[in-house]
Design a protein around this ligand. Structure first.
Ligand code: ZN
Ligand code: ZN
Length: 345
């Protein structure tokens, strides 16, 4: 019998036996190597849902994961035991949005690890073979897990269309913010001014290339006379949108990546209107895995630097609790269903 971490309701995560269902044609069974605890998983834990997506029945979270194949996949040139990543976003492929190249916006999407679809915080999972992403075999399980959040960061920077040497404000130095920071560094922007209330996250941001790191947007405002032309928001705060507006200069652009606690923004309309801002909402990612793999393989993004904690499956509920409590030192946690030391078999 395998086990899984279940989210029952807000504040209620439990490990329990998990009945692995039968696979269907077109699916492959993988042994989960590692699975990330994402900010969105944490929203389910803290709020019991994200907007209209609520926990109606206990479900297994986990959409950022890597695993080992339990069978050969000759079509992908992969043998049993190969490490693979999985793209959790199974878009329909034929709606207007998919056809326009926006699979992340597909209304028919089946997303692994978003209720009611069980995710990967378990030992084994059936996944659509079409969602399997081959990775270089020198990648570690955590490298392969981090491709998904890195993909979210790449998508956000794509939407932002930064200009050469443009100064950027980045609000929030959680895992996504720190990955966005590193992607921004590869595209040749100017100074990157960041803020985050947690000192260990600011320190990490400086280490990963931020020019200056402040506690709040007030610091960024102090460092710039008229605000910045580009602001990327990657917080979980209802004030994130407002703060992004305050960091932006007249005519500036904002990309909102974060999911606010409580699913509401606090935003004084006049401040945004008077600046004539252009605002984009970033939603998951598009077809970005090839670039995510290349950035990691070339060493241009250090995904490992963002991983602060590793847990076994039994410790999953503890990981949720400690993140929800904003414990100092925590950035990104990965859960290893067969233990952090497990190697490819
Ligand atoms: Zn995620
Ligand atoms: Zn579609």
């Amino acid at each position: 019998m395998s086990h899984a971490v279940f989210l029952h309701a807000a504040g209620d995560a439990r490990v329990a036996p998990f009945n692995l269902r039968e696979g269907v044609p077109g699916e492959t069974l993988i042994d989960v190597a590692a699975v990330g605890l994402c900010g969105s998983d944490l929203h389910y834990y803290k709020d019991g849902g994200i907007g209209s997506a609520v926990i109606a029945a206990p479900f297994v979270p986990g959409h950022e994961f890597s695993g080992w194949l339990t069978e050969d996949l000759p079509a992908l040139g992969l043998a049993r035991g190969s490490l693979v990543a999985v793209d959790p976003n199974q878009a329909c492929g034929h709606c207007e949005h998919c056809r326009a190249g926006h699979p992340n916006l597909c209304p028919e999407v089946v997303f692994i690890g978003a209720p009611p679809n069980d995710g990967a915080m378990t030992e084994r999972i059936w996944v659509p073979t079409s969602q399997i992403v081959p990775v270089p075999q020198h990648f570690t399980p955590s490298d392969a897990v981090m491709l998904e959040p890195l993909g979210v960061a790449i998508h956000a920077v794509d939407l932002a269309k930064p200009r050469l040497l443009e100064r950027v404000a980045l609000l929030g130095c959680g895992p996504i913010g720190l990955l966005i920071l590193q992607v921004l560094r590869t595209v040749g922007v100017g100074e990157i001014l960041v803020c985050d209330p947690q000192p260990h996250r600011r320190a990490l941001a400086l280490k990963l290339g931020a020019s200056k790191a402040g506690e709040s947007v007030a610091d960024i405002a102090k460092w710039t006379d008229e605000g910045l032309p580009l602001v990327i928001e990657a917080t979980n705060a209802p004030e994130g949108f407002r703060d992004a507006v305050r960091a932006a200069r007249i005519g500036g652009r904002i990309v909102l990546v974060g999911i606010p606690d409580g699913d509401s923004y606090v935003i004084p309309a006049a401040e945004a209107r008077r600046r004539g801002l252009t605002i984009k909402f970033s939603r998951r990612m598009g077809h970005v895995y090839p670039r995510a793999i290349e950035l990691v393989a070339l060493g241009k993004v250090d995904v490992e630097a963002v991983v602060s904690h590793r847990f076994g499956l039994d410790e999953g509920p503890e990981a949720f609790r400690r993140h929800a409590a904003n414990e100092a030192g925590m950035v990104k946690s990965l859960i290893y269903p067969s233990g952090p030391a497990a190697r490819r078999r």
